[in-house]
Design a protein around this ligand. Sequence first.
Ligand code: ATP
Ligand code: MG
Length: 313
Amino acid sequence: MPNSMIVTVTPNPVVDRTLTVPAIALDTVMRATAIRDDWGGKGFNVSRVLLALGMESLALGFIGGATGQRLAAGLAALGIPTDFVTIAGETRTNIVIAAADSGHYVKVNEAGPTLQPEEIAQFLDKVRQRARPGDTWALCGSLPPGVPDDFYAQIIHLLKPCGARVLLDTSGAALRAGCEAVPFLVKPNAEEAAAFVGHPVHTREDALDAAHAFLERGIAQVALSLGAEGLLLATREAAVFAVPPAVPVKNVTGAGDALLAGLIYALERNLPLAEQARWGVAAGTASAMHEGVGVVTSEGVKAVYKQVETSER
Ligand SMILES: Nc1ncnc2c1ncn2[C@@H]1O[C@H](COP(=O)(O)OP(=O)(O)OP(=O)(O)O)[C@@H](O)[C@H]1O
Ligand SMILES: [Mg+2]
């Protein structure tokens, strides 16, 4: 553990802006009573949860324009070191208009800037320069326009020969292509795993079958997250189901990112599989209990950890 680093990669960051209005009314000017900006991006969520657990990480990604500068400053203020490739386009902003009276909302997402080939090449150069044995990299989220599906696969091909450990959390074509480069661990949720294997993941048997589809490709560990039902953490030799306690849930967005941070926390401590699963679920569920995305406290995670039930298969 000494001298080893954790690096998170967020190719498609976003500023999530929430405007609270007393009530949503169409064809009129509404006045915001509160404005909140969150530094959105799945790798950033992992970095935030790791920090809450006392582990520093470096966040990499692409940012552009004034929005990108604000995002970088926001992460710095949270105490997260970053190293970004600056792009010509403007980092996107997703807007939520939330009505205080009804709880209804309107959400508008931007597609985001299209990345240029030289910007992608610059990022891969950074990876090449930073690749070191013993480090752990988490590659997180969707890919922005202009980035090829095999972007994560390219990163894995750069890191693996150097002896870095790569964790991949994405979906669709980026997951499929990434798996071909054989990362150390993948973290699909039930829906992403179902899309990968081409059959639904409802039961524990479905989950075990889906996990084996990843393991057969040579991936060492599969963390198949199952929402309120917890996690299946599997290797070719062993499988553990970890189930969280029933808790009051406030916001499940980013719970999977928190789970990944919990797994990294346990992996960095060389804990056995069942303990990794417990810390993963504890961080995921602690995040689901919090209004904010990527927000947990160390006490909150530890409180859930004590109540996670594991069973080996
Ligand atoms: N309703 C819930 N109650 C308790 N814990 C939950 C709930 N939803 C999620 N969790 C916790 O969070 C973990 C990850 O959840 P989930 O499978 O929904 O991830 P995800 O779909 O990848 O989320 P995201 O991509 O938004 O971060 C679960 O394993 C569990 O520990
Ligand atoms: Mg997820």
